[in-house]
Design a protein around this ligand. Structure first.
Ligand code: 5GP
Length: 195
């Protein structure tokens, strides 16, 4: 998606550990029109998938999940992180290792909000090693719900996430795919294309 790639190129910063910082439009300040355009792109790519719910993980996935859910006319659920104190014990839970934070945390979804009848479209802001996505997939499996696809705003292609998702035969669409960061420069997978 050219508009997104341009924004990453203009405003993205590469931090140590190949972390891409996009606080100005995705991870701190949300550029609402841009995120709505990404949601429209996702809605087109996942047209006909029959999603009944959008699932993400707090906090950075919420904006795109909300925009997509609004576009598709369905609800969204975000997995909560950390201790599940305020949602009780009736939860689906999974452990996620965070690449950016270097720790492992729990993600929880109340059993009330995903059912075996659901067709779940998982979305997130970034796909790196795929651990957050695998945690959400585990929650869907525990719920007996079908996962119809995974939509990612920014994929870091050199990490293992996309390979893991594709091995599970799940449709994966990423609005921008970064092939590599070289000397602090971001190179997209389709860099030969006009941006
Ligand atoms: P994964 O679980 O695929 O390794 O990482 C995905 C999660 O880590 C996302 O939910 C995202 O919040 C965070 N993440 C991974 N890589 C980056 C990055 O380069 N920049 C930012 N801002 N977040 C990242």
């Amino acid at each position: 998606m050219d508009e997104l790639k341009r924004r990453i190129q203009e405003q993205g910063q590469v931090l140590p550990g190949d972390i891409v910082k996009v606080d100005s439009f995705l991870n701190h300040r949300i550029d609402v029109p841009l995120i709505q355009h990404v949601a429209e792109d996702f809605a087109e790519k996942f047209e006909g998938c029959g999603a009944t719910v959008i699932l993400t993980v707090e906090a950075s996935g919420i904006a795109i999940a909300f925009a997509l859910a609004q576009r598709l006319g369905v609800s969204m659920v975000f997995a909560k992180k950390g201790q599940a104190k305020n949602i009780g014990s009736n939860v689906y839970a999974a452990d996620v290792h965070s690449y950016t934070r270097g720790n492992t945390y729990g993600v929880y979804v109340s059993k009330k909000y995903i059912s075996p009848e659901d067709r779940v479209l998982i979305v997130d802001d970034f796909l790196a090693n795929g651990q957050a996505a695998l945690g959400l997939l585990s929650i869907c499996e525990q719920a007996g719900a079908e996962v119809v696809g995974v939509g990612i705003v920014i994929e870091k292609q050199w990490q293992r996430g996309s390979e893991l998702i594709r091995k599970l035969n799940l449709p994966l669409y990423s609005a921008a795919v970064i092939a590599a960061v070289e000397d602090g420069e971001i190179r997209f997978a389709d860099d030969d294309d006009e941006v």
